[in-house]
Structure formats: structure tokens, C-alpha cells
Design a binder for this molecule. Structure first.
Ligand SMILES: NC(=O)c1ccc[n+]([C@@H]2O[C@H](COP(=O)([O-])OP(=O)(O)OC[C@H]3O[C@@H](n4cnc5c(N)ncnc54)[C@H](OP(=O)(O)O)[C@@H]3O)[C@@H](O)[C@H]2O)c1
Length: 265
């Protein structure tokens, strides 16, 4: 995907982890940024650092994507300010560790709202302008969790399966346009994700993970090349290939055992 600078890139979940590292990738290429997350203070700090380091324009838009009205509010706010988005990065997301029946239902529905409904709504709101200009892109952050059912993190895995299916389908629908549509599928990555997922539980096993920077750099590079499904890291590529050959009944048991080993109450 060729890009004409200065383009404007909207990144959700840009206050930490993979989203922040993706922001640095776009900033290094002189893209202007719109950063979205809940924590205003963290966003303001990241924005100041990015402006100073890369001499780009960075706009901060605090929003809680678990609130149904947030995507429309973000869209209206940017429209009001006359900011046209060229690339949408739907990165914000979280998961919860535990059995479906034991976790609070309202929090689990928030996972669906943030990971899939807000992602879909933002895509639906910003895509028409990309189509009108016939350029730009959408980068959705999925997970290798998308490739199998995830007992003990059932809703999170299912939400990422949605992101995978939706993004691949959209990429096929838009294949005759100049719009790049990609899904980045990280495996375990050193971010705040685990802390949010485990809540008050104790970590029993530390998963060998990639750094957020390595995931984002690989993802950014492949997105610019127009790759649709982006799996960073050899171990993650191997996992995604392997699960295709394991009978589903075995796979369910294996993932349940694996997920149960990570944290204990
Ligand atoms: N880390 C992993 O092992 C891993 C593996 C595969 C996929 N992923 C995916 O990578 C993406 C980024 O996660 P991460 O690992 O970088 O974790 P992270 O460090 O916890 O970052 C999550 C980001 O999402 C934002 N966010 C969370 N809830 C939000 C809400 N309701 N509204 C708006 N923003 C919200 C957070 O900011 P605020 O808290 O300030 O709102 C933060 O900026 C997620 O989609 C995750 O599912 C992560």
C-alpha cells in the first residue's frame, strides 16, 4: 500500500501495548495521528512524546468503546474538526480469564462491545470516505486465539474469531479497490493484556511472548505491503498451522487445559 503523506491514522487502544507501538510505526513514516483510549492522561502523555519525537500532528480523543454511542461520537467529532481519516487501526481490546458462567455477564458483553461491535461500527462509519477517495486502509488487531475455540476465555476467543472472519471477508469484498484491509494476529505479547485478563488471579505460568514493539513493527510492515492475514513470530505461525490438523475435540481439551494452567484464583 503506497501512502501519500501527510495521511491521518486513527488508532484505538493507543495508550499502551501494541496500539502505542503501532502509533510509533505510523509516526516514523510521518503520518498524523488520532489516538483513542479511555485514559486521557496517558493519551496526552503519549501524544506529547510522539509530537516531540516525530514532529507530527497528534490529536487525542478519549472514548470508552464499551459504550455503544462512542464510535458515532468519535466520527462526528473528527468530522466537526475537519479531520479526514485515511487509515483506521482497530486495536483496542481486552479479554477475561475464567469460565463463562463464573465471570460477570455484563463485563463479558463489554468484551463483545469493544472487540467486535465498536470495531465494526468504526469500520462502517469511516469506510465510505475511504471508498470515495479509493485509498487508505483498515488494520484490525485480532489474535491467534481466532483460530480455535477458547475454553476458560470463551468470549475473548470467540470475539477474535469474529474479527478474523469479518476482516478476511471485507478484504475480499474490497480486493478490487486500493484500500488495504488486514488483520494482525499476535500470540502472547508483553503488554497490560494479561493483567487485565487475570483480574485478581495469580499468574502460575509466564508465557513466552513477543514484545509489543516486535509485533507492531512486523504488523506495520506487512500492512503496508497489503498482506491480509498477518501472523507475527515463527512460534505463532507454527501454532496457527498446527491447529488446522488437530481434531476439534482434542483441540478443545488442549486449549482448556492450557488456559487453566496460566492463572489460579
Ligand atoms: N497481549 C497479548 O498477548 C495479545 C495477544 C493477541 C492479541 N492481542 C490484542 O492486541 C490488542 C491490544 O492489546 P494489548 O496487548 O496491547 O493490551 P493493552 O496494553 O492492555 O492495550 C489495550 C488498549 O486498549 C485500550 N482499551 C481497553 N478497553 C478500552 C475501552 N473500553 N475503550 C477504549 N479503549 C480501550 C486500552 O486503553 P485504556 O485502558 O486507556 O482505555 C489500551 O490502550 C487487543 O485487541 C488484544 O486483544 C493481545
Amino acid at each position: 500500500m503506497r501512502h501519500s503523506s501527510p495521511e491521518t491514522v486513527l488508532i484505538t487502544g493507543a495508550s499502551s501495548g501494541i496500539g502505542l507501538e503501532l502509533a510509533k510505526g505510523f509516526a516514523a513514516d510521518k503520518s498524523n495521528l488520532v489516538l483513542v483510549a479511555r485514559s486521557t492522561e496517558a493519551l496526552e502523555k503519549r501524544a506529547a512524546d510522539l509530537r516531540r519525537q516525530y514532529q507530527i500532528e497528534v490529536c487525542v480523543l478519549p472514548a470508552d468503546l464499551s459504550q455503544a454511542e462512542s464510535p458515532q461520537r468519535i466520527f462526528d467529532e473528527l468530522k466537526g474538526r475537519g479531520i479526514a481519516v485515511d487509515v483506521l487501526v482497530n486495536n483496542a481490546g481486552f479479554g477475561l480469564h475464567g469460565m463463562f458462567h463464573e465471570l460477570p455477564l455484563a463485563r463479558q458483553l463489554e468484551i463483545l462491545q469493544v472487540n467486535q461491535t465498536a470495531l465494526t461500527a468504526l469500520t462502517g462509519l469511516f469506510l465510505p470516505a475511504l471508498l470515495a477517495r479509493n485509498r487508505g486502509g483498515i488494520l484490525n488487531v485480532g489474535s491467534i486465539a481466532a483460530f480455535q475455540p477458547g475454553p476458560v476465555m470463551a468470549i475473548y476467543f470467540a470475539s477474535k474469531a469474529y474479527v478474523q472472519s469479518f476482516t478476511e471477508a471485507l478484504a475480499a469484498e474490497l480486493s478490487d479497490t486500493n484500500i488495504t484491509v488486514s488483520v494482525l494476529c499476535p500470540g502472547p505479547t508483553e503488554t497490560n493484556f494479561g493483567q487485565v485478563a487475570r483480574g485478581n488471579k495469580v499468574r502460575r505460568r509466564k508465557l513466552p511472548g513477543m514484545t509489543a514493539s516486535a509485533v507492531a513493527q512486523y504488523g506495520y510492515h506487512k500492512f503496508r505491503k497489503g498482506q491480509v492475514v498477518i501472523v507475527p513470530g515463527l512460534g505463532n505461525k507454527f501454532t496457527v498451522c498446527l491447529v488446522r490438523f488437530i481434531p476439534r475435540a482434542w483441540l478443545r481439551k488442549m486449549v482448556k487445559y492450557f488456559n487453566q494452567q496460566i492463572y489460579s484464583p
